[in-house]
Design a protein around this ligand. Structure first.
Ligand code: UDP
Ligand code: G50
Length: 456
């Protein structure tokens, strides 16, 4: 017979509201899995109309692998695209979700058992934190980029407020001076921020203002990777009175993300292959693809290259051979593998044959490479990627050729790409530092589990 005086153990019930794009969905899945595997009940809120196929496929796999996670489909209102200053499908989807914020409380109010905590993706913070205030729950923000980017994010509204539009036509010409040890140069800013009327800029400012109202920021980074930035944020050296930054990284990949493996890779010697990928939503011009392909050939290293021809996978119809050319395929026969499918990136990065990663520096890619101890050649293409590239370079995890600029700018020539790849693969210091950070990444994982067990 059970003891009537025995109290039931407290089980936190956490709702996670994710946004759009694999760079946001993936860390939300990983956080949800981490919580669900550590005695929390999780409700996961998604919008089932996604921009890309990769998103809808991964949502299905995630939900079927975790039947214990409660799934809530958030139906959003259609957005009039002429009402916003952007055509990027992901930016539009963030805005669509943001404008439906008032519909979330009614969806979550009846949760059983009642919710104890909300976690909202940073792209949605400024509309959802106020809109869910009536639920009277602590609202944490999930920040899926670097702590250095979070410093800019937190400070940017102050920088804008200090600006008198009549006196200084170019507010960014000297960069954003955050404190005596941190200035973000103008050329590193996400390009849409340079136009204050751009949808991305208005969201960025509104979301940045909101973080002060949140219960805390869960950030996919770790002490061993971004010691200084985390300290500055938490010691009030960026913005005074910020809620606590809680490093929850490196968020560990879930089993459902695992792919079938690549027999070609299994047959290559240790540390001999360069892995090349620019993430889930960056396409390159055909001209740049040609230079990159020739650069890989001239590097002398074997390569595994994921090509992307269109921003959204549904539109990516041409075959690999049409994109890279028949001549290249012939030349690359014994040298590399070129694919145009979704790959298991963590599976590749953790393969012993992979010795270097040419990356756009989407933050998830950087954290995954850090977790697997793989040095990087940073080639930022847009968004927060130059700031992330700076983290890679300053942490000694690889090199960044700043003069290459953003993707879509001046053409980077094959010869130079080949030279930099050789530098990446030869430099022992990168390998040593990457191994060191990998060890710290594994220790950080243990700390996160301890934190959650104490009750977040
Ligand atoms: N990714 C993957 N396979 C692919 C392309 C991307 O697993 O073929 C994953 C990658 O491991 C990362 C995420 O998708 O977790 C991309 O996020 P990131 O922040 O690196 O860049 P984004 O795609 O947002 O630009
Ligand atoms: C995704 C993206 C471009 C981009 C960023 C992305 C960031 C991250 C910081 O995550 O810069 C950020 C926080 C809130 C916000 C916008 C950006 O509203 O495609 O630059």
């Amino acid at each position: 017979m059970s003891n009537p005086n025995e109290t039931k153990p407290f089980i936190p019930h956490i709702a996670i509201l994710t946004s759009s794009g694999m760079g946001h969905l993936t860390p939300s899945f990983r956080l949800a899995a981490l919580l669900a595997n550590n005695n929390c009940l999780v409700t996961f809120v998604t919008t089932h109309l996604t921009v890309s196929l990769a998103e809808s496929n991964s949502i299905s796999s995630f939900l079927s692998t975790f039947p214990q996670i409660i799934s809530r489909n958030f139906t959003v209102l259609p957005l009039d695209p002429t009402s916003v200053n952007s055509t990027d499908p992901f930016f539009l989807q963030w805005e669509t979700i943001r404008r439906s914020a008032h519909l979330l409380s009614p969806l979550l109010a009846s949760s059983s058992p009642p919710l104890t905590t909300l976690v909202t993706d940073m792209m949605l913070a400024s509309s959802f934190v106020p809109a869910t205030a009536d639920l009277c729950l602590p609202n944490y923000i999930l920040f899926t980029s670097s702590a250095k980017m979070c410093s800019l994010f937190a400070y940017f509204p102050t920088a804008i407020a200090a600006y008198d539009s009549n006196e200084k036509p170019d507010i960014f010409s000297n960069g954003i001076h955050i404190n005596d040890s941190l200035t973000i140069p103008k050329s590193w800013l996400p390009p849409p921020l340079l136009d204050p009327t751009h949808l991305f800029a208005t969201q960025f400012v509104a979301n940045g203002k909101q973080i002060i109202e949140s219960a805390g920021i869960l950030i996919n980074t770790f002490e061993g990777l971004e010691t200084e930035s985390l300290q500055s944020l938490n010691r009030g050296n960026i913005v005074k009175g910020l809620p606590q930054m809680i490093p929850v990284g490196p968020l560990a990949p879930c089993d459902f993300e695992r792919g079938q493996g690549l027999p070609w890779l299994d047959n290559q010697p240790d540390n001999s292959v360069v892995y090349v990928s620019f993430g889930s939503r960056t396409s390159m011009s055909r001209e740049q693809i040609k230079e990159l392909g020739n650069g890989l050939l001239t590097s002398g290293y074997k390569f595994l290259w994921v090509v992307k021809d269109k921003k959204v996978d549904k539109d990516d119809e041409d075959g690999v051979e049409e994109i890279v050319g028949h001549e290249f395929i012939e030349k690359a026969k014994d040298k590399g593998l070129v694919v145009k499918t979704w790959v298991d990136q963590v599976g590749i990065l953790s393969h012993q044959a992979v010795g270097g990663f040419v990356t756009h520096c989407g933050w998830n890619s950087v954290v995954e490479a850090a977790l697997c101890g793989v040095p990087m050649l940073a080639w930022p293409q847009g968004g927060d990627q130059k700031i992330n590239a700076n983290v890679v370079e300053s942490r000694g995890l690889g090199l960044w050729v700043e003069s290459w600029g953003w993707g879509g700018g001046e053409l980077v020539k094959a010869e130079e790409i080949g030279t930099k790849i050789r530098e990446l693969m030869i430099n022992e210091r990168f390998k040593i530092e990457a191994a060191h950070v990998k060890e710290k990444a594994n220790n950080a994982n243990k700390n996160v589990r301890a934190l959650i067990n104490q009750g977040l």
